[in-house]
Design a protein around this ligand. Structure first.
Ligand code: SAH
Ligand code: SF4
Ligand code: F3S
Length: 461
């Protein structure tokens, strides 16, 4: 039996794609392993969003290629965004690659792997690299399989693929193609199945989720297709928590804001990318909103759900980001008070419209700006966590913690990480926890024992 290890770089969509490929491979009789050393085949699911992400995967592939030279039956493949972005030029750099599979062809990985194994076993000359990068109508509908072996307490569900925005810095529209939505019924069916096998929390995934289905499905009673979808998911028994990522400020309208006031399963957590606090920079980034509009949306959400936790993405060191521009970012970042944030140092992506602006901001300045925002974030995050010490909240337990005997990891509805000493019986359960201690990233607590039955809270009110 061929044993496959999939290593995933990049975003949650990539994680989800890897999961789906793993499920498809298992269904075909492949064994999935969790490290490269036990594997006969290694597939790297790659990311192109920043240069560093590409370099990491190229470095790894170069390293694995050495093993391939010693063991000709070892199979090495690159899938996902970097495969799509760099195309067959990857073979020039890494001639030992067996497979290069693009973002619209994940579902064909098992077939390509079967073919490669059969050819290698045929003892003929080394087969050419299989390169499959073309677009495929309906490919958004192929990312739907989940592992039947492992119960997934919390699951990602891809609701769409691609992006039609043209943010000037971003490679994703090139790697993922145009926006394509999956039908609502198919998504609901997938989540119903997940729920019946024990999933309690779903995160709906797309590059720009609030645009979901705008071209494919009608607006009904002033509700966008995305809001209609959330409502349908909300009705599924067994699903107790709903999250989504990422929405765009453009098209974040009242119908979606109101969901936070009326749909209790929609968690009080929102990832809401700001990118910059300077309107001048937002304009060159081709993000068609102002910081005032961005803040207005947050204000409205906080009006209907005051305890909401908000995270964001910010790019520092975008070309021509002056001291004054950064000061605006710093100011708004601090005033808004994000609970979590991913801060990225600008990286030029060949082929994007911002490429022509070069990369005039030095590494040192980018790092300095990065550190300033990180400092603000950790203060705010610590304060928010410290305010929770002494209170009790419901936590959904996902699994054992990385460190510590009998320590288990869970999350609050606000997506705060919680570590608790408990027994494995808790995995997949909701349990009440009293928080005793906090760091900026983690809450430590103790189970509130109300009798074993009471631990599993079935419904959130
Ligand atoms: N679709 C999502 C973002 C996907 S990429 C959205 O629009 O919100 C994730 C994040 O990577 C982006 O939000 C942005 O902050 C960052 N990013 C994208 N391109 C980048 C680049 N060239 N350099 C640095 N960061 C980048
Ligand atoms: Fe990239 Fe912008 Fe699309 Fe997000 S919305 S994926 S940042 S182009
Ligand atoms: Fe990277 Fe592709 Fe995601 S470029 S961020 S893996 S969509």
């Amino acid at each position: 039996m061929n044993r496959v290890y999939i290593k995933t770089y990049g975003c949650q969509m990539n994680e989800r794609d890897s999961e789906a490929v793993a499920a498809m491979l298992r269904a075909k009789g492949y064994a999935l392993v969790d490290n490269e050393f036990d594997a006969d085949t290694v597939l790297l699911n790659t990311c192109s969003v920043r240069d560093q992400a590409e370099q990491k995967a190229i470095g790894k592939a170069g390293h694995l290629a050495k093993r391939k030279r010693k063991d000709p039956n070892f199979i090495l493949g690159i899938m996902g965004c970097m495969a799509q972005n760099r195309g067959d030029s990857l073979v020039d750099r890494l001639p030992d690659l067996d497979l290069i599979v693009g973002t619209q062809k994940f579902h064909r990985v098992p077939e390509h792997l079967d073919k490669m194994i059969a050819t290698l076993q045929g003892q003929g000359p080394r087969p050419d690299t299989i390169i499959d990068l073309s677009e495929e109508v309906g490919s958004q509908n192929t990312i739907k399989s989940h592992s039947s072996e492992k119960k997934q307490i919390t699951a990602f569900v891809s609701i769409m693929q691609g992006c039609n925005m043209h943010c000037s810095y971003c490679i994703v529209p090139k790697t993922r193609g145009a926006e394509r939505a999956r039908p609502m019924e198919a998504i609901v069916e997938e989540i119903e199945e997940l729920a019946s096998s024990g999933t309690r929390e779903v995160t709906l995934l797309g590059q720009i989720v609030n645009q979901y289905g705008l071209r494919e499905f009608p607006t009904i009673n002033k509700k966008s297709p995305f809001v209609q979808l959330i409502e349908k998911v909300h009705e599924i028994d067994g699903i107790e928590r709903i999250r989504f990522t990422s929405p765009h400020p453009v098209g974040f309208r009242n119908d979606l804001i109101e969901c936070y006031g009326r749909l209790p399963k929609l968690c009080e957590y929102l990832h809401f990318p700001m990118q910059s606090g300077s309107n001048r920079i937002l304009k060159t980034m081709r993000r068609p909103y102002t910081i005032e509009r961005f803040r207005k949306i947050i204000e409205k959400i906080r009006a209907v759900r005051p305890d909401v936790y908000i995270s964001t993405d910010v790019i520092v060191g975008f070309p021509d980001e002056t001291k004054d521009d950064f000061e605006k970012t710093r100011h708004h970042f601090e005033e808004i008070g994000f609970d979590m944030a991913y801060i990225f140092k600008y990286s030029v992506r060949p082929g994007t419209t911002a490429e022509s602006l070069g990369d005039p901001i030095s590494k040192e300045v980018k790092e300095e700006r990065n550190q300033i925002l990180l400092g603000i974030l950790s203060k705010r995050s610590l304060k928010r966590n410290e305010e929770l010490v002494g209170t009790v909240e419901e936590v959904l337990f996902e699994g054992p913690a990385k460190k510590g005997e009998n320590m288990f990891l869970g999350r609050t509805r606000g997506n705060r990480v919680v570590l608790v000493k408990a027994s494995p019986r808790l995995i997949g359960q909701f349990a009440k926890v009293r928080f005793e201690r906090a760091t900026a990233s983690t809450l430590f607590g103790e189970l509130v024992l109300e009798g074993v039955e009471d631990i599993a809270v079935q419904a959130i009110t």
